[in-house]
Design a protein around this ligand. Structure first.
Ligand code: ATP
Ligand code: MG
Length: 345
């Protein structure tokens, strides 16, 4: 499949008074046209900063300090990590759009839905006011908002969380993006509304054929929607693979621990789950070597605290007689020779 987005060794940092936060610390991943990639990982591991970096929406004093974000468009490749204003604006909203976790915080409180959606259309496609309004109503209808002719003139505070999230999605879809980044699009919603929004995203993805980067800490959500999964830990991708492989045959000890922390389908909900041992370290104190080593059940003394594991093709060990096959990548010394990793960072 044709590549749409390639993130390569991306670094995004915040220089704060207390020290340097390496929020994104060497992320490499790719998304092909039309596929759904779920990005999963515990809170604080850099999922949102990575997503905001792709659109160059990192808050100050955050800065992209290295790497590439290549977006393939009909007019060539734009490296968002190194692009300037006009090139950034040719991608943002138009080729790559984003839906945020808190819809209310990302909409203007003083403009109607119609004006906000229309504004985005007028900016990118230079349509007149009347056309923009008609299109806004169509989009609101498309995302399942009842009575869109009336709702188009309402303000965000007049809408429920679920309806607002639908409106945010309508706004993101307004220019027909090739990639929709949805950053925890359902965490602020109740369970029933969550399911509806996910179903809407799935439907829209299938109808339009756009690619989706779905950021979630919920592996169940990833299982439902994603073709592939990328697992992040402390600013880096530690495992990638098709959804089935990552969920059934996780290779990285972190992924294995994450999976032990979610209830199994059909099991009694009171079953005791084991959260990932220990805590995500302070962003100012990154462990040397493999950053996961202080929490890892497979810790190998003398190796893991010394050597940063490189990313290698990940084996799928289904059964001994079927032989080796690989699917995706893994960054763990269990799978790669020490020499393949970088020495230290
Ligand atoms: N504006 C900011 N200023 C300083 N540090 C920041 C800022 N935004 C994020 N960070 C830091 O960057 C790191 C990554 O944060 P990020 O929000 O990307 O995590 P996340 O994986 O999206 O977590 P969550 O699942 O809670 O949304 C964290 O250590 C966070 O404290
Ligand atoms: Mg986040």
């Amino acid at each position: 499949m044709e590549s749409l987005l390639e993130v390569e060794d991306l670094h995004t940092q915040y220089a704060l008074d207390d020290g340097l936060v390496r929020a994104v610390d060497g992320v490499t991943l790719d998304i092909r046209r039309g596929e759904v990639l779920a990005v999963v990982g515990e809170s604080g591991c850099g999922k949102s900063v990575m997503a905001r970096s792709i659109l160059r929406l990192v808050d100050k004093p955050g800065k992209i300090t290295g790497g590439h974000i290549r977006v393939h468009t009909d007019d060539g490749v734009v490296d968002m990590a190194n692009a300037e204003g006009p090139a950034i604006r040719s991608v943002r909203g138009k080729k790559v759009a984003m839906v945020f976790q808190e819809p209310i915080a990302s909409m203007s409180p003083v403009h109607t839905l119609g004006n906000q959606i229309g504004e985005s259309l007028r900016l990118h496609e230079m349509v007149d006011k009347k056309t923009a309004r008609t299109r806004a109503i169509e989009l609101l209808r498309r995302v399942g908002i009842p009575a869109p002719e009336r709702r188009v003139d309402e303000y965000p505070f007049q809408m429920s969380g679920g309806m607002l999230q639908r409106a945010m999605i309508a706004m993101a879809l307004s220019c027909g993006p090739d990639l929709l980044i949805a950053d925890e699009p359902t965490t602020a919603l109740d369970v029933t509304t969550q399911a509806q929004i996910l179903e809407l995203l799935r439907e829209l993805q299938q109808d339009t054929g756009m690619a989706v980067m779905l950021i979630t800490h919920d592996l169940g959500v990833a299982a439902q929607l994603a073709d592939r999964i990328a697992v992040m830990y402390l600013g880096a991708v530690v495992e990638t693979g098709t959804t089935d492989t990552v969920l059934r045959h996780p290779r990285h000890p972190y992924t294995q621990a994450l999976l032990r922390s979610v209830p199994k389908l059909g099991s009694a909900s009171r079953e005791r789950l084991s959260p990932v041992r220990g805590m995500v370290p302070s962003p100012y104190q990154r462990p040397p070597g493999c950053t996961f080593h202080p929490r890892c059940d497979a810790f190998m003394e003398g190796r893991c605290e010394v050597t940063v594991p490189g990313s290698v093709p990940a084996p799928v060990l289904v059964s001994a007689d079927k032989g080796a096959r690989t699917d995706g990548t893994v960054s763990c010394l269990l799978y790669g020779d020490e020499d393949e990793g970088e020495a230290t960072r």
